[in-house]
Structures are given as C-alpha cells and as structure tokens.
Design a protein around this ligand. Sequence first.
Ligand SMILES: Cc1cc2nc3c(=O)[nH]c(=O)nc-3n(C[C@H](O)[C@H](O)[C@H](O)COP(=O)(O)O)c2cc1C
Length: 193
Amino acid sequence: MEEQILLVYGSPRRGGNTHLLLDRLAATFEHAGMRVDRLYCADLRVRPCVGCGGCAETGECVIRDDDMPAVYRAVDRAGALVVGSPVYFLGPPAPLKAVIDRFQCHWARVNLLNRRPQRRRAGALLATAGSPSHSVFTCLHRIVDAWFEVLGIEGVANLFLENVDERGRVADDLRAETDLPAVAHRILERLTA
Ligand SMILES: Cc1cc2nc3c(=O)[nH]c(=O)nc-3n(C[C@H](O)[C@H](O)[C@H](O)COP(=O)(O)O)c2cc1C
C-alpha cells in the first residue's frame, strides 16, 4: 500500500504561520511523489471527551456522531504524521486538543487492554509562538509527544519558531527556509527505509 503522510493543521487561523509551514512541507512531500492527506482541526465537528471510561472495556470511543470516526481512519492510514500547531496559553488550540483527547480510546488500548500499535511510525511537530522564549514550546511538545506515544509514533523531527506572531510572519523567516527541508528529509527517509 502506498504510504501517505497526514498533516494535522492545529491552528484555527487560515493562512497563519503553522498553515504556511505545513503547506510548504506538503509541497515538498508531493514533489517527492508522496500522497498527502490533510486534517483541519478547526473545521471538524469534534465533541470533547467526557471521560466516561467506556473505552476502557473495548478500546473504542462511545461517541460516534461526530467527525472523529473519519479522523481515526485518517490517522490509521497514515505512514507518517506531522502536526502543525501554534502555542495557545502554552498548549495546543482547543480544536486540536479536542482531537487529541478523543484518542483516549487508544490510550486505553495500550495501557488497559495491552493492545500495542502494530507498526512504528514517524512523526514531527511544527510549532510557532509569539513569545521570544524558546521554553514556551515545552508543554505543547509534551502533549503532542504523549499523543504520538499512544499511536506508536516516534517524533523524528521538530521545528519550533518563537517570536512569530502576525499571520504569515514565517513566510520571511529564514529559520523556516533553512530548517524545514531537514524535517521533510527525516520523514521521507523513515518512509522509504
Ligand atoms: C488564544 C491565543 C493564545 C496564545 N497564547 C500564546 C502563548 O501562551 N505563548 C505565546 O508565545 N504565544 C501565544 N499566542 C501567539 C501564537 O502562538 C502565535 O501568534 C502563533 O504564531 C500563531 O500561529 P498561527 O498563525 O499558525 O495560528 C497565542 C495566540 C492566541 C490567539
């Protein structure tokens, strides 16, 4: 089966910094002949996890009347996953966090039902923040890493750009130009290994 790369757009801001980074990465992947799938978290109808514990028995979420079944399928299909997210109050924006929380059923599979992910996949996080401090990414990074862990995804590359606030500011940021190809390379080398 042809491997496909899933790009998770965490920001609600269209044309914003993380969207631009993901779009650039998508162009690189497509140029390399890879199939790219995109998930715009803010456009999805995702009910928040209610902590009912239903998934502890079955490994499946009891909520089925929203867009999450399609999200689970997209994540299952992906050979690699790249998350793009701004820092919102140190963590991810609410739409992305809602998606992540609904993977509690995968946490239950791994930790309660002893059903580990069958393959080891590659992942990356692209994040931007307005603050000039690099430590602003710590919480977001840990949250995304915790998600990757239950999915059996190994974080193979990150790009964290601080001091980036206005929409589209990354377009003329040299760090994006110099460091983004390395992220693409790490993902592609894992997919073609
Ligand atoms: C609701 C909200 C919360 C934010 N919280 C933080 C924060 O805690 N720390 C920070 O450095 N920047 C914060 N920012 C700024 C964004 O992280 C920054 O503008 C980022 O580049 C936006 O990326 P985007 O264009 O992809 O949405 C916040 C912005 C918004 C709208």
